[in-house]
Design a protein around this ligand. Structure first.
Ligand code: ATP
Length: 269
């Protein structure tokens, strides 16, 4: 089964609405997150349609990672609501959101360095499958193993499938993280600065991988590299001081004087 062919049964009326194209994949309404007296997010409202590819840009401390943490359930918002495919998941634990097709990558690597690329991806596929506690040794024609090979190919790592992760380049490890996020028929992925620390060649490879993802998988990409974000995203939300202050097409954002002043001027690290 290829990632493009993956399907998830509808779980709710919201899912059924989305099947006809009238719902949103992700919807935040008035989301605020306080850390003591500090407002990391203030009244954030954001909607992303199924299959849409959204860039979220902003200077250091703008609230981008906190936004992701609220969507994944790593943090609960102080106020506001979060809906995933029409369902209110605001108070759901992270694993319930994963069950509904949400995935994320992290800025920090979470890979098993002592295992091969194939083992890492196979375990990710196994972890989100029904038989995840089986101790039976996998065969190469096992359906999950086939899925693992397809995901490895989708992130351009077929040549190093049997290589230990600790021996991969940094860029290859970031590509592997994308494969892990693709395991188990995701419907929406949050990419947290996937281009950070990559060489120009690796960035070009990353752009090719992200633009080739199956069209039904929507995503948000947080990126400091404006060039990567604007090439991958179809729409962009700009954040500053915990608020979304502008949304538009990549071409509109790129040429916006306020964005240029705030993002390309000072404050961007
Ligand atoms: N766990 C936390 N405890 C206290 N303050 C936090 C916590 N997480 C984030 N913050 C604060 O919330 C604000 C937003 O941080 P956040 O990490 O979301 O920004 P960001 O846009 O992702 O920044 P960067 O681009 O540097 O990763 C910052 O002022 C940060 O110091």
């Amino acid at each position: 089964m290829s990632p493009a062919a993956s399907t998830v049964e509808p779980r709710s009326v919201g899912d059924l609405l989305n099947a006809t194209g009238s719902g949103n994949a992700l919807e935040l309404r008035g989301v605020t997150r306080m850390f003591g007296a500090l407002a990391a997010l203030t009244d954030v409202t954001l909607t992303v349609k199924p299959g849409e590819r959204r860039g979220v840009l902003g200077s250091n401390g703008a609230g981008k990672t906190t936004l992701f943490n609220c969507v994944t359930g790593d943090f609960l918002p102080t106020s506001g609501t979060i809906r995933l495919f029409g369902e209110d998941v605001t108070r759901f634990p992270a694993h319930e959101r994963i069950r509904r097709g949400l995935r994320r990558t992290y800025q920090i690597s979470l890979l098993f360095g002592g295992l091969t690329v194939l083992d890492n991806v196979y375990l990710a596929c196994r972890g989100v499958s029904r038989g995840r506690f089986s101790l039976v040794r996998p065969r190469r024609n096992d359906a999950l193993m086939q899925s693992a090979f397809e995901l490895i190919e989708a992130v351009h790592l077929s040549d190093v499938a049997e290589t230990l992760v600790a021996e991969l380049s940094y860029g290859q490890q970031r590509q592997l993280e994308i494969a892990l996020a693709l395991a188990g028929a995701p419907r929406f992925i949050l990419f947290d600065e996937p281009a950070a620390g990559l060489s120009p060649t690796e960035r070009a490879d990353l752009v090719a991988i992200l633009t080739s993802l199956p069209r039904h998988i929507g995503f948000i990409i947080i990126e400091h590299d404006m060039d990567v974000a604007l090439r991958v995203a179809e729409s962009v939300s700009m954040m500053h001081n915990g608020r979304i202050f502008k949304e538009g097409l990549p071409s509109e954002i790129e040429n916006d004087p306020e964005v240029q002043e705030l993002y390309l001027g000072g404050g961007h690290g």
